[in-house]
Design a protein around this ligand. Structure first.
Ligand code: GLU
Length: 274
């Protein structure tokens, strides 16, 4: 399909490695003469660093990628994410959760979803008075999506299309009641991605197969927030010789290191293209 708008959305928490090169080139190669956008996913302000953001631009230019200006930097848009949370609150599909990470981790034999332990729902049915008094006491809380209620709120079955794996019925319930905001990170990855892909007019979301399940949840958020539903293409992850994913902490596979060793951008392209 011609004229796609695709994007590459790295987080500036370390140097880009070969796995990122695959994702970035995969996205640009699928624009079919359309648009390629870059998004800096830096909502986790405690872990993101400006020098890594600069390094992203440098590494991507070296790879030969061109993107449109301005780059969307998520940390510039907290007000938009807050407004999306307000819309979800108006739909009454959010609730404050006062459990600490420790409280949740301690739940014996908790079932797990793609993002870790599934929340047992402890705070889901707190009375209004209880919620208000805990909030007034200054106790920190997260905002969780009441996923079952959210699914009842949207009309019809939700589907999405993956170019590699075909039509999918959305199963956001595999995540349980996910956190969409917390005190230290006022908007979650899932919320920002669903909204940003819509606001940036992305028609084809390409990303690694490790995020395949996340799309089930993004599809629900799109329905709740009246967002456009893009096409998806989750590509196979690039693995090292031991069958492991590349990690930012492994400096030997960063693009900067390979470039310093004399590897060319064309050689990287050949190595990562799938
Ligand atoms: N920021 C995410 C990452 O670095 C990618 C998110 C996406 O492509 O949806 O893994």
């Amino acid at each position: 399909m011609p004229f796609e708008t695709t994007r590459f959305a790295p987080s500036p928490t370390g140097r880009l490695h070969l796995g990122h090169a695959r994702s970035a080139l995969f996205a640009q190669d699928r624009t079919e003469g359309g648009r390629f956008l870059l998004r800096i996913e830096d909502i986790d302000t405690g872990r993101c660093r400006p020098e890594y953001e600069q390094a992203i631009y440098e590494d991507l230019h070296w790879l030969g990628l061109c993107w449109e200006d301005p780059v969307r930097r998520q940390s510039d848009h907290f007000a938009e994410y807050r407004e999306a949370l307000d819309r979800l609150e108006n739909l009454t599909v959010l609730y404050p959760c006062f459990c600490t990470r420790k409280d949740i981790g301690e739940a014996p034999s908790a079932p797990h979803g793609p993002d870790g332990a599934i929340y047992p729902g402890t705070c889901r049915d707190l009375s209004r008075t209880e919620k208000e008094s805990r909030m007034a006491s200054g106790k920190p809380y997260a905002l969780r999506l009441d996923t079952a209620k959210a699914l009842r709120t949207v009309s019809g079955p939700l589907r999405w299309h993956d170019r590699a794996r075909g039509w999918q019925e959305a199963r956001p319930e595999i995540f349980g009641d996910v956190v969409l905001a917390r005190k230290d990170t006022p908007a979650s990855y899932h919320l920002c991605v669903a909204l940003d892909d819509h606001l940036q007019g992305i028609t084809l979301v390409t990303r690694g197969a490790d995020l395949f399940e996340a799309t089930h949840l993004h599809r629900l958020l799109q329905a709740l927030l009246d967002c456009n539903v893009p096409e998806y293409h989750h590509h196979p992850l690039l693995l090292d010789e031991h069958g492991h994913r590349f990690a930012k902490r492994n400096s030997s596979v960063t693009l900067a290191h390979l470039r310093d060793k004399g590897v060319t951008a064309e050689q990287i392209r050949q190595q990562v293209t799938c």
